[in-house]
Design a protein around this ligand. Structure first.
Ligand code: KG4
Ligand code: ZN
Length: 337
């Protein structure tokens, strides 16, 4: 019997410090330390994020090893998020990973955060078949990815301005809701009629997206109505949230349908923080039934930033012997696909 492949993975690209242990492609632990410090500032403050990562990283890695019932001495490789992200945040995880790799004398694996969001769909029993499409929607990205194999992917559509998560968060800010507003819009939307207010759908060619026009339409809509009635937002919060969510979700899913029609691919996944949105999850599943798609949605804890998705990506990189040297650097931006 061949020796098991046990990987310790670290994610620190933004405001979650996370560590995960994966054995032969099975996730044994996924510990996430969420940084609450940013709430009061209405967005992630990079310097504070780096400081919180420094505080969180040792206890988070310890907890991941303990939960997995795993000793450091049994780890075969260390993986980390190399890019993209906040450079100070990435540096904490990457330096920690390099130190562990050096001291344990095991290979180092560099992972692209967006590729990892896509491969979160390979965690667990039910997996898509290749080739599949993935709509990756996060705070910084909105992409349609054509995935030919675990390590071969191509971005076939992406946002030209704001990301879907930004559209949620900026809309929430206009409503006076705290950061991150996406989950709050989701929560309030549950009690509202999504057709109560209509926001425009942008006419963008190909498989690309745009959310800046919707954001501006929401801004003008609120300005006008609040001038007429200062309590407008409070009185209509559920309806406004449901209508905003409905528009963002239909923009995303109409493009996904177009991508499926163009490519003929019917194994379709969603990924990234916004895939935690209940409206998106439901409409996506409904579309799957309507168009005979095989739909895949990662478990909630694998949608927002987490190290399990880094670990599963690293597992495939390990099989391909795709290792990096200690001189590799973290990078705030990295083109791919
Ligand atoms: O993937 P992620 O955790 O971090 C990035 O890589 O950006 O995504 C964070 C984004 C934020 O914009 C957050 O508001 C959004 O995901 N988000 C949601 C929900 N949960 C997280 N947006 C809408 N509904 C949700 N339930
Ligand atoms: Zn992310």
């Amino acid at each position: 019997m061949s020796k098991p492949i046990t990987i310790l993975a670290i994610e620190s690209s933004c405001d979650e410090t996370s560590a995960s242990v994966c054995k032969d492609g099975e996730i044994l632990s996924n510990i996430i330390a969420t940084q609450k410090v940013h709430e009061q500032y209405g967005g992630v403050v990079p310097e504070l994020a780096s400081r919180a990562h420094i505080q969180n990283i040792v206890p988070t890695v310890d907890a991941a090893l303990k939960t997995a019932n795993c000793q450091l001495s049994t780890i075969n490789a260390i993986a980390f998020t190399q890019s993209p992200g906040l450079i100070g945040s990435l540096l904490v995880g990457s330096q920690f990973a390099k130190s562990l790799s050096l001291s344990l004398d095991v290979p180092l694996i560099a992972v692209h955060h967006m590729q990892a969001h896509v491969l979160a769909n390979l965690i667990g029993e039910k997996k898509p078949s290749f080739p599949f499409l993935c709509l990756t929607v996060s705070g910084g990205h909105t992409q349609i990815v054509l995935c030919e194999s675990p390590l071969k992917m191509k971005v076939i559509g992406e946002t030209m301005d704001d990301a879907a998560g930004e559209a949620f968060d900026k809309s929430a800010k206009l409503l006076g809701l705290p950061y991150p507003g996406g989950p709050l819009i989701d929560k309030y939307a549950q009690a509202g009629n999504p057709n109560r207010f209509a926001f425009p759908e942008p006419q963008i060619p190909n498989l690309d997206f745009s959310f800046s026009g919707v954001k501006t339409a929401i801004l003008y809509f609120l300005q006008k109505n609040v001038t007429d009635n200062p309590d407008f937002i409070q009185q209509n919060l559920a309806y406004i949230c449901a209508s905003i969510q409905h528009r963002i979700v239909t923009i995303l899913l109409n493009k996904l349908k177009k991508a499926s029609d163009q490519t003929g691919i019917k194994d379709i996944c969603i990924a990234g923080g916004v895939s935690a949105n209940s409206g998106l999850r439901k409409s996506f599943s409904d579309m799957g039934s309507r168009y005979n798609w095989n739909v895949f949605i990662p478990k909630f804890e694998y949608c927002t930033d987490n190290a399990a998705m880094i670990a599963i990506t690293a597992y495939y990189k390990y099989l391909a012997e795709d290792f990096v040297s200690l001189s590799v650097s973290a990078s705030a931006r990295a083109e791919w696909g």
